[in-house]
Design a protein around this ligand. Structure first.
Ligand code: AMP
Ligand code: MN
Ligand code: MN
Ligand code: MN
Length: 285
């Protein structure tokens, strides 16, 4: 247990817990510095912060996980310690909502062409007021017993290269980094090993992140191997990057992630120290 978690999701995007319930669950799990980082929305932040403010010793960090394009690939960029009131967010998020709604329609159409039932209404209902994404289609498939796990839904229909992996014109990495920086946050590449890049390519990504004004990389998250964790820490050290870590928690049903759980490590440039109020830094294990 780390006592902090800088990467989590709520019902505002593809998580299963409401923002309030997420904060309470994190607190119960021993987390004392928590960032909510929903995909492409800030809608959960105010309820989460209100809840956190009532819990003694709980530090809440406003965050977001922005979907963006680097070269031809989709990258996830964490914005940590952002100001949700920054004026640039409103239009940016509106664009992403429209983009995700239109993409959802295309995903449904593509799946229908493959002989599946039209899942759009059900996926929309599951997403509720939150940003719609592929996990909501996976849940619709699960509900209809078309698959037995969400993973299977991705393997068969929604994952990379499958019919439901519909391309979208996400904002560029430069634009996403710019937005995070303008709002006073730290711009961090999420789960760098999940894009299946070679390390050479990853270094190129980091160069472009830095050129755009970004800050660092997530080095620890569930599933990171000890070798990858070490390589990421070395890369961070060489480039003087900030490093971050989090569970990428989505749901209590995902047995392989739980709040505050990911491999431990030491770094002199841990972003959590920057995100805590003065005087509290260094108190975490
Ligand atoms: P989207 O933002 O709509 O492209 O959906 C991406 C989300 O789908 C990720 O944030 C994960 O929560 C989930 N996801 C992506 N790939 C997989 C996978 N192979 N198995 C299960 N969930 C996945
Ligand atoms: Mn997700
Ligand atoms: Mn992600
Ligand atoms: Mn995530």
């Amino acid at each position: 247990m780390a006592g902090y978690d800088l990467h989590t999701h709520s019902t505002a995007s593809d998580g299963s817990l409401e923002p309030r319930a997420l904060v309470n669950a994190a607190y119960d799990a021993g987390v004392r510095v928590l960032a909510l980082t929903d995909h492409d929305t800030l809608a959960g932040l105010s309820a989460a912060r209100q809840t956190a403010d009532k819990l003694e010793g709980m530090v809440f960090v406003d965050g977001v996980e922005l979907t963006c394009l680097w070269q031809t690939r989709v990258i996830h960029l964490l914005g940590l310690g952002i100001d949700p009131e920054f004026s640039g967010f409103a239009e940016y998020m509106q664009v992403l909502t429209t983009l995700r709604d239109e993409r959802a329609e295309k995903i449904a159409e593509k799946l229908v062409k493959k002989g599946l039932p039209d899942l759009l209404a059900e996926a929309r209902a599951i997403a509720g007021d939150g940003q719609i994404g592929r996990p909501h289609f996976a849940q619709a498939m699960l509900n209809r017993k078309m698959v037995s796990t969400a993973q299977q839904a991705f393997d068969m229909w929604l994952g990379q290269g499958k019919a439901g992996d519909v391309k979208a014109t996400w904002p560029s990495l430069e634009k996403a980094v710019g937005l995070v920086k303008q709002s006073g946050g730290y711009a961090i590449v999420a789960h760098p090993t999940k894009y299946k890049f070679t390390f050479t390519r990853l270094r190129a990504l980091v160069e472009d992140l830095l050129a755009a004004g970004g800050d660092g990389v997530e080095v620890s998250f569930p599933g990171v191997t000890p070798n990858h964790l070490r390589d990421l820490l070395l890369l961070a050290q060489r480039k003087a990057l900030w490093v971050s870590a989090g569970s990428d928690f989505h749901s209590p049903e995902q047995r392989w992630t739980s709040l505050g759980r990911f491999p431990q490590f030491q770094s002199p440039k841990h972003i959590v120290e920057r995100l805590m109020p003065d005087g509290m830094a260094g108190r975490l294990a």
